[in-house]
Structures are given as C-alpha cells and as structure tokens.
Design a protein around this ligand. Structure first.
Ligand code: SF4
Ligand code: SF4
Length: 146
C-alpha cells in the first residue's frame, strides 16, 4: 500500500523526505508541501507515516486488500508511545491495531569504536561480542549434563 500526503495537513517540515529509503518523498517547489513522486517505487515501509509530526501521510490500499470506500488511518501518539492503525472496510467493518513506538533516542547507542577491542581468545570463543555482560547476566545458560 503506497502512501500519499494530505497537503492541507502537511507543513513542509521535510521529515518524510529525510527518512524515505526510496527517496520518493519530495517537497513540491510551488506549494512547499510533501508528495509521493512515484508510488510504484514505495517500499511500503511506512517510515514516513510514522515520522510525520502532522499525521499528514496516509496509506492507499490495493483493491484486494481494501476496495473502494475503505480507509486506512495511521496515528503516531508520541506521548502514549504508540502507533495506532484504523482500517475501515467498505462493509463498515473496522480493525484497529496498536503497536509500541520502539524508537531509540538519537545518539543514545554506543558506537562500536567506543567498545574495547576484543582479545584474540574472545575472537575464537563461542559467545557473541560482549556476551554475557551486554546481556546484563553473569553467564550464558548451559544445558544440564545428562
Ligand atoms: Fe518512502 Fe517508506 Fe514512505 Fe514509501 S512508505 S514513501 S518507501 S518512507
Ligand atoms: Fe509534510 Fe509530514 Fe512530510 Fe513533514 S513529514 S513534510 S508534515 S508530510
């Protein structure tokens, strides 16, 4: 389901342009509002939908999924830390989904070069990098002997 922009809600902030991995969200030079320049190339990742602070981006369903008369609304509720999806079918049925926002704050992830270089023994060990301390446990569980 590719996306489209409600131009009356969009304020031209460009968040969707920055986040789109397909580079198809552009700002119209005349109206200073975003639009999807090539819906066929939409990855349907919905990064733009979730990132838009104005809730200006919606999803256009394919006919087999949501035929004429349908609607798909996505709402990012930052204060509740949720993203809610409301699907309305042509026959009036509604489906609502809620999923948590799991965004990690920008800059809060420790980059690899901030970790100590692994020892030669660690490179040959079975554990993954920085296990078990990165898992906040003393040791990985082991199978009991038979
Ligand atoms: Fe770009 Fe993904 Fe939005 Fe499609 S859904 S316009 S690929 S950010
Ligand atoms: Fe418009 Fe939303 Fe894109 Fe900002 S993120 S330019 S408000 S559609």
């Amino acid at each position: 389901m590719p996306t489209f922009v409600y131009m009356t809600r969009c304020d031209g902030c460009g968040e969707c342009v920055d986040i789109c991995p397909s580079d198809i969200m552009h700002i119209d030079k005349t109206y200073r509002r975003a639009y999807n320049i090539e819906p066929n190339f939409c990855w349907e990742c919905y990064s733009c939908v979730k990132a838009c602070p104005q809730h200006a981006i919606d999803v256009r369903g394919y006919a087999d999924f949501a035929p004429m008369g349908h609607s798909v609304r996505v709402l990012r509720e930052e204060e509740k830390r949720i993203i809610s999806w409301k699907l309305k079918f042509r026959d009036g049925r509604e489906k609502n989904f809620v999923s948590p926002i799991r965004t990690t704050p920008w800059g809060s992830i420790k980059p690899p070069y901030d970790y100590e270089a692994p020892s030669p023994e660690a490179l040959n060990a079975q554990e993954l990098s920085h296990e078990p301390e990165a898992l906040h446990i003393e040791a990985l569980p082991t199978l009991p002997p038979k």
